[in-house]
Design a protein around this ligand. Structure first.
Ligand code: ANZ
Length: 814
């Protein structure tokens, strides 16, 4: 049988066989250790792009490898199916979000099959299925019961011209104008639902139980942003208390003015009539900016004097009170004491508006008689000055000492603050899970009883681009009765943030049809938690913090008995266009996997994706580069189909091929463990080369040849599952190659043969060193020069000449 390799024929054939024989059905087996491998699920945008392939093919290969290593591996897939693009398609193309979404899912599922993955499709979970979002709603209710879901007024973007709220994506440009009419948007308060993720802030900062990339841990740590310091009470001249949070209580004597956030509730009370107009104008201008803009350090600081003064509680200094948009209402108390000498933003502000600067920390090398050109911000060097009886205290002790003193005086106390905000989950959108709440005039916000879940999303809604949830205009949905008293009541018409749906999908995979709980506890007992999660770095904060939060609440609900959802995490890089830029339609550098599969077959595309770059780095696509993996698979095809007959068996050649085989088995195994797919493919290429040489020289025995071929197929199986299955079966081996144990290798056989290297100095033997037989000249020279005896003769001099006789001798001429 020496026909040509036709992936287009054999790949779908094997996919069908795998399907018919339920090869990838993953069921509990108490006698086998489990391994839960999970790859981030896609959003059903329409087409599986090369980035999806890059995320999934290598993680599939690794799951297959672990299966061969004897684990009972679960490798599921699903769709994060709610969200904005579906609704925008509805508005623009007049197609129902549901139709659009499910058509895309169908298409992408077929594309995923064409990749030849070991996904168990019976475990598929789709977040837009009522059987799924029923449990998203159930979780919402649980969080409500636990006091972890609450409602409060919160700002949304609002277009005063269109008279509607806008989603974040509908606000454009630096002036933040409405996408449709160009009017600058304003902030408007709406009642919205929040999850109290801040209750878990400290626990979320503890990464001790997980093996996650440092980079993700740093990003999460910064996102949560824990700061320690003190809350201190200042008072306005008229006696109103003004709370501030500071990380530097040791600089209190240098506070020369105060700044309130423009939205601070005290602003109206304290502003003097003369300043009222300027203050009002400034507040309106600030309301148009996003928080991100306001916090940007580079933006020039602006502000307005309120006309009022405060008293600094430590030295009774009378200091002006300003408002400025660099102070955020949502952090600390929304008010600060400004210490221009030691805070960069305050320094810039003081310089711009001519406010006083008093230095209270003297850093080494500074002359207090020189004017300051920038704030000195060190927390590790310097001593306190101009601070009464604290003068001379080193900064390293100042914070603690001043805080203790503040507590004694009753002016302040130690405090912790977080950047992390509670999670706003209300969306004024249709295509999401309805928030399961009914508003009764008598009983307020009442959760929908369990037996009425799911609150179904009606199909017959109008998609008007109003910015408000279309559900608000659906009378049948909107009007209902109070579950407690039966009075006419209104349903909540907002839907949930889709990050809510994706926070717990790893649990739904366990039993997507289970209808007694979010997941079947029997399945959970065996499979949980996820052993290995893989996905892009773009989810480092939101999704990966939300799912950790969710698991901690599920633990507190008694649903799981662990603290972290995913024990290990690995981030793959990105495939770029051939021009090295991010792929985009407008650049015309998009690589479409479907046509590649038509041309080369899925196995070649998979192999190339694993070969062209280190997985965590990624890099530019290269149409020429794919020829290497294509040649590899063609060679493997030819070698495995060849009738091999030796002419004259050479013992050395036999040993060499066997050694290579065992080395490659070892290497590919190690590389699979460590996600080093590119070096794994390279190792298989080396084995292919050795086989090509043996075929040409016909100098190895049949047994060694067979072992090399079979082990090559086995180690290639996770990477290129179809061709290896075909060749395995053609050799009359039992179905399936993917159920075979990972091949063994022998340390002894894999060891490079050692030879004794003779080291001479000026022609006299001075040392003997054991080295592997295949050590190259450069390495032999290095080994010789490193010899202690040689070093003694050299005595720090450079050798004049080094002569290497391969595998035998090195002569150093001095
Ligand atoms: C006085 C001071 C002196 C400060 C000094 C710093 C250095 P992190 O580390 O991010 O927690 N701050 C407090 N609340 C704020 C708000 N709502 N908007 C903007 N800035 C606010 O930063 C805490 C510091 O940021 C606080 O410490 C306060 O300025 C400012 F030499 O107080 B500091």
């Amino acid at each position: 049988m020496n026909d040509t390799y036709k992936p287009q024929e054999l790949e779908p054939r094997w996919q069908n066989t795998w399907n018919e024989t339920a090869l990838y059905r993953q069921v509990i087996d108490e006698n086998t250790p489990k391994y839960y491998a999970m790859t981030m699920l896609p959003y059903p945008s329409g087409d599986l792009h090369i980035g999806h392939w890059y995320a999934m093919a290598p993680s599939d290969a690794r799951a297959r490898y672990l299966r061969m290593k004897g684990y009972n591996v679960m490798f599921p897939m699903g769709f994060d199916a709610f969200g904005l693009p579906a609704e925008n398609a509805a508005i623009k193309q007049n197609v129902h979000p549901k139709t659009w979404t499910y058509a895309n899912i169908e298409r992408m599922r077929a594309q995923l099959r064409s990749m030849g993955t070991m996904i168990d499709w019976q475990r598929e979970a789709i977040s837009a299925d009522p059987s799924y979002y029923r449990w998203s709603q159930w979780f919402f209710k649980k969080l409500m019961e636990m006091g972890l879901a609450y409602r409060k007024m919160s700002a949304v973007d609002f277009c005063p011209h269109c008279n509607t709220t806008l989603a974040r994506e509908q606000v454009w440009g630096e002036d933040r104008h409405c996408e449709r009419c160009g009017t600058p948007v304003i902030k408007k308060d709406l009642e919205q639902w929040f999850f109290k993720i801040t209750d878990y802030a400290d626990e979320l900062l503890d990464f001790s139980q997980i093996d996650w990339p440092e980079r993700v841990i740093t990003m999460q740590t910064n996102w949560i942003g824990r700061s320690t310091g003190a809350d201190v009470t200042f008072r306005s001249e008229s006696g109103e208390p003004i709370e501030i949070f500071t990380t530097r209580p040791d600089t209190l004597w240098g506070a020369t003015f105060m700044v309130l956030a423009p939205e601070h509730p005290l602003v109206d009370q304290i502003t003097t009539p003369e300043q009222a107009e300027a203050v009002q104008a400034y507040r309106e201008q600030a309301a148009r900016l996003s928080d991100i803009d306001r916090e940007t350090a580079e933006r020039e600081k602006t502000g307005v004097f309120t006309g009022a003064y405060a008293i600094n509680p430590v030295n009774k200094a009378r200091i002006p009170i300003w408002i400025a948009d660099y102070v955020m209402m949502g952090y600390g108390s929304g008010a600060i004491m400004a210490v221009p000498a030691h805070d960069e933003r305050d320094f810039e502000f003081a310089r711009k508006y001519g406010l006083e600067i008093i230095e209270v920390i003297l850093v080494p090398g500074r002359d207090v008689n020189e004017p300051m050109t920038e704030a000195t911000t060190s927390k590790t060097e310097g001593v306190m000055i101009n601070s009464d009886f604290f003068n001379g205290t080193p900064v390293t002790e100042g914070i603690e000492k001043v805080t203790a003193w503040l507590e004694e005086q009753g002016i302040g106390k130690a405090a912790v603050n977080y950047r992390l905000r509670d999670w706003l989950i209300s969306r004024q959108r249709y295509w999401g899970a309805p928030i399961p709440v009914i508003y009764c005039p008598e009983h307020g916000a009442v959760p929908v009883p369990d037996d009425q879940l799911p609150v179904l999303l009606p199909d017959d809604v109008e998609f008007m681009p109003t910015g408000e949830s279309p559900l608000k205009f659906h009378d049948g949905f909107l009007h209902t009765e109070c579950p407690i008293c039966g009075r006419p009541s209104l349903r909540e018409t907002d839907t949930m943030d889709t990050f809510m749906c994706s926070s717990w999908y790893q649990y739904r995979y366990l039993s997507p049809d289970y209808d007694l709980a979010p997941f079947d506890p029997k399945e959970g007992e065996y499979w949980l938690p996820v052993d290995q999660y893989t996905g892009g770095i773009e989810h480092a904060t939101m999704h990966l913090i939300y799912t950790r939060f969710f698991t901690k609440t599920m633990r507190d609900m008694g649903l799981v008995n662990f603290d972290e959802p995913m024990k290990a995490l690995y981030n793959q890089g990105m495939v770029l266009g051939e021009d090295g830029e991010k792929m985009s339609k407008s650049r015309g550098n998009v690589v479409a996997p479907d046509s590649l599969v038509d041309q080369y077959g899925a196995d070649t595309v998979r192999t190339y994706l694993m070969f062209f770059a280190k997985w965590d780095q990624g890099g530019p696509w290269n149409y020429d580069g794919i020829k290497g993996p294509q040649r590899l698979l063609n060679d493997v095809w030819m070698l495995a189909n060849a009738d091999y007959e030796p002419q004259k068996v050479d013992k050395e050649a036999d040993r060499a091929l066997q050694r290579k085989t065992h080395q490659v088995v070892r290497k590919v195994g190690e590389d699979m463990e460590s996600f080093s797919f590119n070096t794994a493919v390279a190792a298989i290429m080396e084995l292919r080369n050795a086989l090509l040489a043996a075929q040409r020289d016909k100098n190895v025995s049949v047994a060694i040849w067979q072992e090399a071929i079979e082990k090559m197929l086995l180690v290639l199986a996770p990477i290129a599952p179809h061709i290896t299955e075909e060749l395995w079966s053609r050799r009359g081996k039992p179905y399936s190659i993917h159920q075979q144990p990972w091949p063994t290798w022998d340390e002894e056989i894999a060891r490079e043969e050692q030879v004794t290297l003779i080291v001479q100095v000026n022609g006299k033997v001075r040392d003997r060193i054991e080295v592997p037989a295949d050590t190259d000249d450069g390495a032999l020279k290095e080994a010789a020069l490193a010899s202690e005896n040689v070093q003694r003769f050299l005595d720090g001099r450079e050798p004049r000449k080094v002569i290497v006789v391969k595998g035998k001798l090195v002569n150093i001429v001095i």
